[in-house]
Design a protein around this ligand. Sequence first.
Ligand code: NOJ
Ligand code: CA
Length: 553
Amino acid sequence: MAQNGSHPVWWKDAVIYQVYPRSFADSNGDGIGDLPGIIDHLPYLEKLGVDALWISPCFQSPQGDAGYDISDYRKIDPLFGTVDDYETLIRDAHEHGLRIIADMVPNHTSDQHVWFKEAMASEPGSTSRARYIFRDGKGEQGNEPPNNWKSVFGGSAWTREAERQDGKSRQWYLHLFDSCQPDLNWDNPEVRTEFESVLRFWLDRGVDGFRIDVAHGLIKEKGLPPCTERATMVGEDDDKTPSDAPMWDRDGVHEIYRSWHRLLASYPGDRMLVAEAWVKPLSRLARYVRPDEMQQTFNFDYLLCRWNADKYRKIITDSLKAMHEVGATTAWVMSNHDSVRHASRLGLKDAGARPQGIDAAHEQPDEALGLRRARAVIFMTLGLPGSVTLYQGEELGLPDHTTLDRKYRQDPAFFRTDGEEIGRDGCRIPMPWSDKGPSLGFNDTGELWLPQPAQYKNYAVSVEEKDPDSTLALYRALLAARKKHGLGTGALHWAEPRDHVVEFLNSGIRVVLNCGDKPISLPDGKILLSSLPMEEPGQLPANAAVWMTETTD
Ligand code: NOJ
Ligand code: CA
C-alpha cells in the first residue's frame, strides 16, 4: 500500500477505528457480524477518514468471552468467515488506504485449545501442564484454591479440574478472566516460541500490527503471592493509586515485547503493536512504549477522566510528558467494547464515570446531554497530537443500550458476579446502518445476537448521512480537518487556564471546549467547526466546543 508521503511512520498520528466484528455488519443473516460484512463497508470507513482498523478477535473460538477465548490462533471462526476472507479484508482495506490491526490474545487461551485439552488429559507435573499455571490446592484434601486471587470477572481466579481417571489429586488452574480462559505460563519458552510463530502467521498475511490483549498480565510474580485487593483491571475512581497486585505489570513482560518489536521490525513496512495495559501511573504505562518495545499503549486515564476541565488539562499534560520522556506519542481513546459508551457516560450525574454496565435498575443517562458532550469532547480528542482510537458507532453518537433485559445478557462478568456487574453487552449492540428493517440494516433477516434499543433508529447511518448537522457529518469534517492541518503530528500549547474551559493551540488550530453549564466568551478568530450552532456571536454555549483559526478573514 502507498505510504503517506508526509508521514513516514503512519501510526504516530493515525486515527484507528475499532471494529467489533460480531456487531458491525452481518452478511449472511445469522445475527452475528462477519468479515464479509466488514469488507462490504470499507467504502464507508474510507469516507469517514480513518487510517486503520483494529479488528477485535475473530479467530476460532467457542465464544465464551466473545472471541477473547481462542482455541486456534491460525484459524478464523466459521461464525466470521475464513482465513481467505481475512486475507481479502487485508487486501481490500489496503486498497481503500486502511491498515489492519489484528487483536492478539496471549495471556490466555480457550479451554478448548488443543494445549489445554492435552494438559487436562495429562498428569500433574507433565510438560503439557507446564504451558499453563496448574497448582495443587491448599488444605488437607487440596480443596482450597492455591491462593486468594480473584478473577477480573468475579469469583476465584482458580478452577479445580474435574475427577481424575488416574485417582491422583485434582489440581487447580489459574484464570484471571473466565474459567474458559486458562492463563498461559509465559515463563515457559515453548509458549514464547508458539506466539512468535502465530505473529508470523498473520504478519505473513499482511497485517499491519497487533493490539495486544491484557498486555500487562502475562508475567505473574514468582511464587504467586497472595493479593490484598480484588484484581480489577483498574479502579473506577480516576484518582485511584496504582495497584501493586502480583499479576499485573510485572517487569518481566517487557522482554516479551522487546522480542516482538524485533520480530515486527524484520518485516517490511512500519508494523506496530498497541498495548491494552490497564497500568498506573503514567510513568509505568510509558515503559510499554519505550523505543524497543511497543509503538502505542491506549491511554485509559483519558477514557476514565471525568467531565472536568481541570482534570482533562492535567491528564493531557501528564500523558504528553510521560510519553515524551520515552520518545512515544499518546494514543487517546474514549470508548471501546469493554466500557459504557462515552455518549452515555457523559450523560450521567457523575459525568464520565465508568460503571460496570447500566441496566433499567440504574440511573439512566441523560441522552441529549450525553450526546451534546460527546459531540464536544471529540473536538478535544481529535485536536490533540498523537493517535486516536475510535470505537465503532461513536461516529454516530451512539449511546449504550441501558435497558437491555437480563435474559439477553451474554457477558461472563454478569454471570460470575451474579448480576452484580451488569457487564459489557450494552456497548456491544449491533450497528444501525438503516432506519428501515427489523435489524436497522445490520442484516436482511432481522436476526440479532443482541437486540437494538428503539432509539438506535434515530442514529442510523442512513439518517445521519442525509443530515449535514449529524454526528457522522461532524466526525467526517473533523477527521478531514485534522489531517489537513496535521494536528496528529503537531504540538500542544495551552491557553491561559479558565474555569471549566479546556483551550489549547495545535498547528494553528485553537481548540476550545466548554465543560461548564454557562456560555463562555471565545477569543478572536474564525470558527472552523463547532459542535453546536452559536446562539450569540462570540459566545460558546455550555457543553460545546469549537476549532478556530487565528485569522478572522
Ligand atoms: C480485554 C478485552 O478487551 C476484553 O474484552 C476481554 O474480556 C479481556 N481482555 C480478556 O481477554
Ligand atoms: Ca453473520
